[in-house]
Write a protein that binds this ligand. Sequence first.
Ligand SMILES: NC(=O)c1ccc[n+]([C@@H]2O[C@H](COP(=O)([O-])OP(=O)(O)OC[C@H]3O[C@@H](n4cnc5c(N)ncnc54)[C@H](O)[C@@H]3O)[C@@H](O)[C@H]2O)c1
Length: 256
Amino acid sequence: MTSRKLEGKVAILTGGARGIGVHYSRALAQEGARVAIFDLADGENLAADINSVEGRDAARFFRVDVSDESAVRAGIASVAAWAGDVGILVNNAAVFATLGDVRVTELDVDLWDKVMAVNVRGPFLMVKHVAPMMIGKGAGKIVNISSGSAYKGLAFMSHYVTSKGAMLGFTRALARELGAHNLNINSLAPGLIMSDSISANQEHLDTNRDRVVASRALKRDGYPEDLLGGLIFLCSSDSDFMTGQTLLVDGGSVNI
Ligand SMILES: NC(=O)c1ccc[n+]([C@@H]2O[C@H](COP(=O)([O-])OP(=O)(O)OC[C@H]3O[C@@H](n4cnc5c(N)ncnc54)[C@H](O)[C@@H]3O)[C@@H](O)[C@H]2O)c1
């Protein structure tokens, strides 16, 4: 049997109950980690299914709004009580697939603030309260999920694209600040991925799907499975000398 790359590790994955996050949850458990799924959407059945597939106490669901500091603090304390110190944090939760196209001149301020609260404040709060455990152990892996749209831009999604651009700066700032404690902070930037969630947003697909596939060197749709190798790489010791970087997994659309 080949050794599993995350054996004995404790991971928190935000937004792990829906869309791409379901695939991340399963992949982290499959590599041996114990996975705490933080989401507002229900992840009880997913955690139960992972536990039955793995035949161990591999996953737990915690209903946590990542934009709420007291909820984040309480959720992380519950994970520590369940599984011990957290060694892996994947900041995947975001307001994304539910967004409709909107012109910047018509964008409601409350919606802008909501996207920033979940997509930017959320990762900050998670790092604020998880990093002390990692610093205490002198090791940790943080993966911030960005997007190819932060490089290329995307019309009618200025709130979302801005929030994903923030993940690139956040990743670099954290890499500089926390590197002295031996923490690795990297970003994973997917291109358009046919998650269950975005597949239900016909307007987004109508605006973007054909154009995006045509822009790629690899002329096909991307799927959640395409991201798993990159995710596990960034969460495992295979990337121990890599920090402050962004792994673009987009079929060769950006930067080639
Ligand atoms: N699908 C794509 O094409 C694509 C491309 C690039 C980047 N991404 C990024 O990948 C991630 C997952 O995307 P997805 O396609 O699965 O879409 P999605 O919208 O289903 O994923 C977001 C997840 O975050 C959760 N969430 C939302 N608000 C939350 C909150 N306040 N607290 C906790 N959880 C919350 C949702 O319930 C969901 O599980 C997002 O960060 C997205 O920006 C997706």
